[in-house]
Design a protein around this ligand. Sequence first.
Ligand SMILES: [Zn+2]
Length: 342
Amino acid sequence: MSRLSVRAPLAWFGPGRLVPDARVVCDGGLISAAGPASEIARAEREIDVDGFLMPAAADRHVHIERSDPVAVLHGGVTAVRDLGWPANRIFNVADASELVSFNGPLIRAAGPILTAPGVYPTRAAWALPGTGREVTGGLEAAVAVRELAAAGATAIKVSLNAEAGPTLADAELMAICDAAALAGIPVTAHAQGAGQVERALGAGVQELAHTPWVRLSDDVIGAAATRMRWVSTLDILSFGRDTPEIRAALDNLRRFHDAGGQVSYGTDLGNAAIPAGIHTRELLWMRDAGLTNEEVLGALIRSPVVRDAPADLIALGSNPLEGLTAFGDIRLVVRSGRVVIG
Ligand SMILES: [Zn+2]
């Protein structure tokens, strides 16, 4: 693979690192150098972008087969994490996404959602058969985790949806968390209904796949902020309209963020009318919850621009630190050191 350098009048490499007249060198799918253009030698091939250069985006909650991978990539998202799809489909797609020939983002996947028999998501309208994997008892739950980890899962998703029927028992949930810890992968929960966030916290679940949309107490928020990451998925509660759910979620996220909780960008792409690519309205909701524009960018990116980070870059027509609507004008997308658009 030939080397490529990208030069731009202004670049943001990560939190606190705004660089005028910057150059980034991509080599073999990784970043080999980045800094002021006067200090970094150009590669054989150089692109001069008239815009704002920054790391590309990762969407940490998608259902990629319900969307268009090409549109996702062209919209500035070079990596996604699929949080619920049949194992016999999604792990093949994830493997294929590693290839240079794949026209889409890098795909990581949880595989099927572990759940109690007969409930969400096994009968959800959007879900193919196999999107849920029913488990009964701690032993069966642990076996399911080990099988998914062996198949390539990078996270384990559990459904704790008390509004859809019975949920996994505490013993099953704890067996899942223990087995996932042994496999070295995090557990992410769909927590819905009274007391479910509290149960996830108690069992050691590291992440919520959605910002909760029922008001949580300050005590629960405080505990969550020290032990969990939350994936935003705010716009699915609103789709641009004012709803009780978006108000409650913004109130929860504001307190979670104030308490030091880590927020990651995720859209639940595949859910209704969420568009492929960077979804500006999701970013604007995050700002409404109290994140600064720079914190929103930090939550959005796959990785800061540093040596040996993935060579995934985007360029915008204007500076998003001054206005997040800049994401509506994407001028360059580089994935793995290859120019996708630009
Ligand atoms: Zn989802």
